[in-house]
Design a protein around this ligand. Structure first.
Ligand code: NAP
Length: 275
């Protein structure tokens, strides 16, 4: 069974180097997919309150023979639940839907600067962590100025910043900022859009006798980025985890670095709003 090695977070907890994404699957589909992912060897499952699939994820965990302590479960605080009291209530609702006592990682999904409640939300998460409802606390879609403010006002550095990353949007400076602050970067949409047919990626796939997705995921892990690919297909799930038995060389990495076209697919965190 393929497995991902473990990385160490800045609070000492361990996190698998590859995870399983669950958006946009709903309860029924996600339950089947997470069951298959666990059987395949995934031990990091990524969900969010806003995906409206936490019940299905929880069912899959309950029905799995894998011990809860061997699964790294992430969920996220949605915009509608930002604020001190609302964040605590939002977390409790997620725990209930997931049918677990704690999550391994709780993440502020988006900074939502116009709403301006991420500091209060973060303070609530620090308290919930002390109460044992969360093992580690992190953020998503935070830019350097959001992180600077969070750290300055609370003194608590997130363990993870989950951001959009793919070969044509590598966010090199943002990743360097995370690394300088001992924050691990997680990549959402790690396979990007329309990159499967990219000639550089295809050539590297041929060179290493792999498929294009494996090249992109291996590239991310070699940069110390944790990709969380989503697939509903068990063969692709397996392939996405079978990436630790080959290595891209310096020339390969340099070729992928040339694909950066700053091609953002999702929202810009300075302006994007979702609740
Ligand atoms: N924090 C955030 O704001 C944020 C935003 C977006 C996403 N996320 C998280 O990140 C996860 C991953 O992002 P994503 O779902 O947008 O993108 P992704 O994982 O890069 O791509 C998923 C797409 O690629 C296909 N795929 C997967 N493996 C493949 C393979 N080996 N070969 C060919 N196609 C393959 C999937 O189709 P099949 O299912 O048919 O295989 C699906 O259409 C999400 O599921 C979610 O958990 C977080």
């Amino acid at each position: 069974m393929p497995t991902a090695p473990l990385l160490t977070l800045n609070d000492g907890h361990k996190i698998p180097a590859v995870g399983f994404g669950t958006y946009p699957m709903k309860d029924q589909e996600v339950e089947t997919a997470v069951q298959a992912a666990l059987l395949t060897g995934y031990r990091l499952i990524d969900t969010a309150a806003s995906y409206e699939n936490e019940t299905g994820v929880g069912n899959a965990l309950q029905n799995s023979e894998i011990e809860r302590s061997n699964i790294f479960l992430t969920t996220k605080l949605r915009g509608a639940d930002q604020g001190y009291d609302a964040a605590l209530a939002g977390l409790d609702a997620s725990l209930q839907r997931l049918n677990v006592d704690y999550v391994d990682l709780y993440i502020i999904h988006w900074p939502l600067p116009k709403l301006d409640k991420y500091i209060e939300s973060w303070k609530a998460m620090i308290v919930a962590q002390k109460d044992g409802k969360i093992r580690s606390i992190g953020v998503s879609n935070f830019k350097p100025h959001h992180l600077d403010r969070l750290i300055q006002e609370t003194g608590v550095v997130p363990v993870v910043n989950q951001i959009e990353i793919h070969a044509d949007f590598p966010q090199t400076d943002m990743c360097a900022f995370n690394a300088q602050h001992n924050i691990l970067t997680e990549a959402w949409s790690p396979l990007g859009k329309d990159l499967m047919d990219n000639p550089t990626i295809k050539a590297l796939a041929e060179k290493h006798n792999r498929n294009p997705a494996q090249i992109m995921l291996r590239w991310e892990t070699q940069l110390n980025i944790i990709p969380i690919p989503k697939s509903s297909n068990p063969d692709r799930m397996r392939a996405n985890l079978e990436i630790f038995d080959f290595t891209l060389d310096e020339d390969d990495l340099a070729a992928i670095a040339k694909l950066d076209t700053n091609n953002r697919i999702g929202g810009d965190p300075d302006t994007y709003e979702e609740f």
